[in-house]
Design a protein around this ligand. Structure first.
Ligand code: PGA
Ligand code: ZN
Length: 431
């Protein structure tokens, strides 16, 4: 953070973690970092349901209480090992802080201290440093360059591991590419979300919601979700394709079984090549602009084939494939396995590594989508990161439930603060 170096630095005086609960009522870690001048920062970490097998370790107690999901060991590790190790360090040297925690942990996947504890401290340190400099987090992380409000990838219909309905595809999302600003894009998405709710009600379909706030009705087949969304877009007065494009997250690692795939809810078995044909057919029929995890998390070559087939037309996003991990992303770059990466800080465990992965992606022309998890808290750090790094896209659920909407509301505040400097890429992210 060169541009800030004129101010004398305070050092870390206290690191304190606690067990809180996420949007599913599952325990998670929150940490507060306090500096010698009294500045402090607090951050909490989210948690996935369709978790990638190559993610950093979310340390859970495994005791009988709280279904084994308690995080008192991760909290204890922060309050002892990490707290001692960070005492007196410069909070503005994020790499120093994060490297120190990686060293204290000493494992490849952060399983000793727990990536959940480490990330909470990593993010809380950045917030404390921003507060010390009396500037917002996006400015602290991005300087004068971070001015791009992301295009939302807004999940309005939930299936898969995020809902107890009969839909296998995990996320059906809308992207307001035709909007001239972030706030206008939000308005469009909210209107479409409400139009979809009305439509479901008229058809006697459930308007109950899934983990990310999108509706979770039982449908005749997954394609019906796309038909309903197209209708809702039009009912709200917008043009599919021109104003709004559709994004899907298949989360297909959840379907993978020894060499083939099984739609678990429909109990339909298909091969890898049939799965690719299925998606290609959907892409032909609907204004789909982005497809996440179409194949399983170990299938780098399947991803390569699929990107060769449709990558010119569609954004192919690696989530469970890359798990925000630089080495896995490099492998994908070498093989041309995708053209975009989902960025989830808790998949890797520190802010420094998250930013390094984003940098590597950008160097190689990969698009970046900053993302929440299906289990979230009121923490809005990902909104600031998205603007700071000019990510271009954000995935943070439906315009419903505070754990989702708080990130959008934070972006609205940033947009206002940036004023005329604010940039909204709209359609240009795909050109
Ligand atoms: P998760 O889902 O947070 O449950 O892993 C989000 C995603 O797959 O993108
Ligand atoms: Zn995903």
């Amino acid at each position: 953070m060169d541009f800030l170096e004129t101010k004398k630095t305070a050092v870390i005086e206290q690191v304190k973690a606690r067990q809180i609960f996420d949007s599913r009522g599952t325990p998670t870690v929150e940490a507060t970092v306090t500096l010698t001048d009294g500045s402090c920062g607090t951050a909490s970490v989210p948690s996935g349901a369709s978790t990638g097998m190559f993610e950093a370790c979310e340390l859970r107690d495994g005791y009988e209480e709280l279904n084994g999901k308690g995080v008192t060991q991760a909290v204890g590790n922060v309050n002892t090992i990490v707290s001692k190790g960070l005492m007196g360090l410069n909070p503005c040297d994020q790499k120093l802080i994060d490297d120190q925690m990686i060293e204290l942990d000493g494992t490849k996947n952060k399983s000793k201290v727990g990536a959940n504890g480490i990330l909470a401290v990593s993010l809380a340190t950045a917030k404390a440093a921003a507060n010390f400099h009396r500037i917002p987090l996006y400015r602290y992380l991005g300087g004068m360059n971070g001015i791009t409000l992301p295009v939302p990838m807004m999940n309005i219909l939930n299936g898969g591991a995020h809902a107890s309905n009969n839909v296998d595809i995990q996320e059906f999302m809308i992207m307001p590419v035709g909007a001239e600003s972030f706030s206008k894009g939000m308005q469009m998405c909210v209107e479409i979300y409400h139009a979809l709710g009305k439509l479901l009600k008229e058809r006697n379909l459930s308007t109950g919601v899934g983990d990310e706030g999108g509706f979770a009705p039982n449908l005749e087949h997954d394609e019906q979700a796309l038909e309903l969304i197209l209708e809702a877009i039009q009912k709200a007065g917008y043009q599919p394709q021109e104003d709004i494009r559709i994004a899907l997250d298949a989360a297909s690692s959840e379907w993978y079984r020894d060499g083939h795939y099984l739609f678990p809810k429909k109990q339909k078995r298909i091969t890898q090549s049939e799965l690719m044909d299925y998606f290609e057919d959907l892409i032909r029929k609907y204004p789909i602009v982005s497809l996440e995890d179409p194949l399983a998390e170990e299938d780098f070559t399947g991803f390569q084939q699929f990107t060769k087939r449709v990558g010119e037309k569609v954004q192919i996003v690696g989530d469970d494939l890359f798990v925000t991990n630089k080495e896995r992303l490099q492998r994908g770059i070498d093989l041309n396995s995708a053209n975009a990466i989902l960025i989830k800080p808790n998949q890797i465990g520190t802010l420094t590594e998250t930013l390094e992965t984003i940098r590597l992606a950008k160097q190689h022309g990969y698009r970046t989508i900053i993302s929440h998890r299906s289990g979230e808290t009121e923490d809005t750090t990902i909104a600031d990161i998205a603007v700071a790094v000019n990510a271009g896209e954000i995935k943070t659920g439906a315009p419903a439930r505070t754990d989702r909407i708080c990130k959008y509301n934070r972006l609205l505040a940033i947009e206002q603060e940036l004023g005329k400097s604010a940039n909204y890429p709209g359609n240009s992210i795909f050109s």
